[in-house]
Design a protein around this ligand. Structure first.
Ligand code: ADP
Length: 627
C-alpha cells in the first residue's frame, strides 16, 4: 500500500506534537471532541435546511470508548463523515493554517505559545498516540475509508467497512515515559474530568461506558458491578449556567479556548437579564491587548447567538468603540435565527441589549477601579488609550460614560490617579486642574513651566500620549473645575496685587520686549515677562487653541496642511539674564537680536521641538564662547 507524505507544514506541526514540547497534553481530547461536534453540526444544519434527511437532533452523539488491554481510546461521532478525498485533504494538510502563518511572522515566538494560543486540531492526537486511525464514511455515501498514520513518516488510506455515516478516531496511546504518564488517558475518571473541564457545553451528548456498582437485587450487602453508557457533559452552554455553578478555572478555560488567548482574562463579566430584553451575556476583559489591537486589522464585536445557535461571529453593533477590547458573546431568544446583518443594525432589541451591556461593562470597570486598584492600573496601561480616544470621539458625547475611568500620572503621587482623586486633593485656593504634556514623565517633570506650580504644592497631571491633550480639551472641565495647561499664558497664580506689579514691570520694559519680538521675525506672537518661572531663564507658552504638543501630534499625521501653535516667549525677570538683556537694549541691539534668537531656540529645545536651523544655533553659541 502506498504511503503518502504529509505536506511540509503539517510535518513540522506533527514533529512538534510527537516530540511533545507542549506539556498540556490533555487538550487533544478537547480538539477531537470539538471536531466531532463540528461534524455533527454540519450534518444537523443540512438536516435542518434540506428537511428530508430523516435525521433528528436526538440521534446525534459522540461516543468515547476505552480499551486498557489494547491501549486504545476511541472517539466516534455520527456526523457528516469524510470521503476518501476529504480524508486526504483534511488530514494530510494542516487546516488551521492561521497557526502556521503566525509562526512564520514571529519566528522568535515559542512553539508552546502557538499551540496554547490557537489549538492545533486533529494533530494534537499525536501528543499522546503512537498510531492514529480514522475510519470514516461520508453522509450519503456507501464507501468507508480508513486513514492510518504513525506520524511524520506519512499516512495510508484504504477502503474499509463502517456501519453508518460518521467518523471513528482510534488512538493507540503511547507507553509511559519518565516524564509523562500516558496511562492516565486510559482511565475513565481522567477522561470524565477532561470532558467536564473543556467540553462540558458541547451541545451533543458525549457518552462513555462507565463501570458502576449497585446493590444486588434482593440483597442488603451484596454488590454487583454493571456498565452504564453515561453522558459526561451537561450540554448546557456555560453562559446559560448559574454563576455559582461555574469555577474561575472553567471561565478561564472557556475564554482561552474560544477567543484564542493564552492568558487568563483580567475580568469575567457574566450577566443575565429578563424583561424588555432577555439575554445571557458572557464577556471578558483580556489581560493584555492583542498584538493588533491598536491597528486597523483589529475587529471589535461580540459573538451573537439566538437561543444557543450562533448567528454572527462578530457583531460590532453590540460594543461601542471605546469598549472594543471586550470579548465575549451574547445569547438572546429575542433575535430571529435568520436575521440579516443589515436588519440587525436597525434591530430595536439589539440596541437595547447593546445599551445594557455598555452600562454593565462600565460598572464592572468602576468596581475594578475601586476594589482592585493594581489590576485596574494594569488594565489601563493596556486599554486606557482606547478610553481616551473615546472621550475625543463623536464630539465628546461619551464624556460622561468615560471620564471617571480615566487615569493620568500625577506629579505629586508619582503614579496614575483619577480625576476624582485629583479634585479631592486640590488646595483651597487652587483654581484649575493643571496638566503638562511631553514625551516622557521625566521630561515633563523638568519643564520650567511646572516650577511655580510645584512651588505652591499644586498637583500636575503629566500627559504623555498624543491623544491626551485632545481628550482633556474635549472634557474642558471636571466637576466644574477647568483644565489648564502649564503652558497656557495665565496659570491663575497671582493675586491682584502681584498682577498689577507685573503689569507695571511689563510696561517699563515694553519697548525692549517688543524689540525682541520683532527680532524673532514672526516666530513668536509675543515676548512677555513670565509669572511661572522661578530659576529657569526662559520657556514657551502658547496663545490660542493649539498647544505645542498638539502641534506635534497634528503635524505627525499624514496631511498636507501643517498647523502652528501661536508661541509666546516667556522671560524670567528675576534671572540674571534679564539684566543683561536690559543692558544690551541700551548698549548693543545687534547682540540683543542674537540673544533673542538664542533664548527662543533654547525654549524650543526644552519643549522637545526640533529646531529649524541647528547649524546656525551652534555657530551662534560658538561665536559667544569665543568672544
Ligand atoms: P480544524 O478543525 O480547525 O479545521 P483539524 O486539523 O482539527 O482542523 O481538522 C481538519 C479538518 O478535518 C476539519 O476541518 C474537518 O473538515 C475534518 N475533520 C476532522 N475531524 C473530523 C470528524 N470527526 N468528522 C468529519 N470531519 C472531520
Amino acid at each position: 500500500m502506498a504511503v503518502k507524505q504529509f505536506k511540509a507544514e503539517s510535518k513540522r506541526l506533527l514533529d512538534l506534537m510527537i516530540n511533545s514540547i507542549y506539556t498540556h497534553h490533555e487538550i487533544f481530547l478537547r480538539e477531537l471532541i470539538s471536531n466531532a461536534s463540528d461534524a455533527i453540526d454540519k450534518l444537523y444544519y443540512k438536516a435542518l435546511s434540506d428537511g428530508d434527511t430523516g435525521l433528528n437532533r436526538d440521534d446525534f452523539s459522540i461516543q468515547l470508548a476505552l480499551d486498557k488491554q489494547n491501549r486504545t481510546l476511541t472517539i466516534t461521532d455520527n456526523g457528516c463523515g469524510m470521503t476518501k478525498e476529504e480524508l486526504e485533504n483534511n488530514l494530510g494538510t494542516i487546516a488551521k493554517s492561521g497557526s502556521f502563518n503566525f509562526k512564520k511572522d514571529n519566528e522568535q515566538k515559542e512553539d508552546i505559545e502557538i499551540i496554547g494560543q490557537f489549538g492545533v486540531g486533529f494533530y494534537s492526537a499525536f501528543m499522546v498516540s503512537q498510531h492514529v486511525t480514522v475510519i470514516s464514511k461520508a453522509f450519503g455515501s456507501d464507501e468507508a475509508y480508513r486513514w492510518d498514520s504513525e506520524g511524520t513518516e506519512g499516512y495510508t488510506v484504504e477502503p474499509c467497512e463502517r456501519d453508518g455515516h460518521g467518523s471513528t478516531i482510534i488512538l493507540q496511546i503511547k507507553p509511559n515515559t519518565e516524564e509523562n504518564n500516558f496511562d492516565e488517558y486510559l482511565e475513565a475518571y481522567t477522561i470524565q474530568r477532561i470532558v467536564k473541564k473543556y467540553s462540558d457545553y458541547i451541545r451533543y451528548p458525549i457518552k462513555m461506558d462507565v463501570e458502576k456498582s449497585r446493590l444486588k437485587e434482593g440483597s442488603k450487602d451484596e454488590y454487583e458491578s454493571y456498565t452504564e453508557n453515561e453522558t459526561l457533559n451537561s450540554m448546557v452552554p456555560i453562559w446559560r449556567k448559574n454563576k455559582n455553578e461555574i469555577t474561575d478555572e472553567q471561565y478561564n478555560e472557556f475564554y482561552k479556548e474560544k477567543f484564542m488567548d493564552f492568558t487568563d482574562p483580567a475580568r469575567v463579566i457574566h450577566s443575565s437579564t429578563e424583561g424588555t430584553a432577555t439575554y445571557n451575556a458572557l464577556m471578558f476583559i483580556p489581560a493584555k491587548a492583542p498584538y493588533n489591537f491598536y491597528t486597523r486589522d483589529y475587529e471589535k464585536g461580540l459573538q451573537l447567538f439566538s437561543n444557543g445557535v450562533m448567528i454572527m461571529e462578530k457583531c460590532a453593533d453590540l460594543l461601542p468603540d471605546y469598549f472594543s477590547f471586550v470579548r465575549g458573546l451574547v445569547d438572546s431568544q429575542d433575535l430571529s435565527l435568520n436575521i440579516s446583518r443589515e436588519m440587525l443594525q436597525h434591530d430595536r432589541q439589539l440596541k437595547i441589549i447593546a445599551g445594557r451591556l455598555k452600562k454593565k461593562i462600565k460598572s464592572e470597570l468602576e468596581s475594578m477601579l475601586s476594589n482592585e486598584r493594581e489590576k485596574y492600573e494594569e488594565f489601563f496601561k493596556n486599554f486606557g488609550l482606547q478610553l481616551k480616544y473615546g472621550i475625543y470621539q463623536d464630539y465628546g458625547m461619551h464624556k460622561d460614560v468615560l471620564q471617571d475611568l480615566l487615569m493620568f500620572y500625577s506629579s505629586s503621587e508619582k503614579k496614575l490617579v483619577t480625576l476624582k482623586e485629583y479634585i479631592s486633593r486640590m488646595k483651597e485656593e487652587q483654581k484649575y486642574i493643571y496638566y503638562a504634556c511631553g514625551e516622557t514623565i521625566s521630561r515633563i517633570d523638568q519643564l520650567p513651566q511646572t516650577e511655580a506650580l510645584k512651588d505652591k504644592g499644586y498637583e500636575i497631571l503629566y500627559l504623555t500620549d498624543g491623544v491626551d491633550e485632545f481628550a482633556i480639551r474635549m472634557l474642558m472641565k471636571y466637576d466644574d473645575k477647568e483644565f489648564r495647561s502649564v503652558s497656557a499664558d495665565d496659570l491663575g497664580l497671582e493675586t491682584e496685587e502681584e498682577k498689577q506689579e507685573a503689569a507695571k514691570k511689563v510696561e517699563e520694559n515694553k519697548d525692549m520686549l517688543n524689540f525682541m519680538k520683532d527680532a524673532l521675525d514672526g516666530k513668536v506672537k509675543q515676548v512677555v515677562l513670565s509669572q511661572k518661572l522661578k530659576t529657569h531663564p526662559v520657556c514657551l507658552s502658547t496663545d490660542g487653541a493649539i498647544s505645542i504638543e498638539m502641534e506635534k501630534v497634528l503635524n505627525s499625521m499624514p496631511s498636507e496642511e501643517k498647523v502652528t501653535a501661536e508661541r509666546v516667549l516667556e522671560i524670567n525677570a528675576d534671572h540674571p539674564i534679564f539684566q543683561k538683556l536690559c543692558e544690551l537694549y541700551q548698549t548693543n541691539q545687534d547682540v540683543l537680536k542674537q540673544y533673542a534668537s538664542l533664548l527662543y531656540t533654547q525654549a524650543l529645545l526644552i519643549e522637545g521641538v526640533t529646531i529649524e536651523d541647528p547649524l546656525s544655533f551652534s555657530n551662534q553659541v560658538c561665536e559667544l564662547m569665543t568672544k
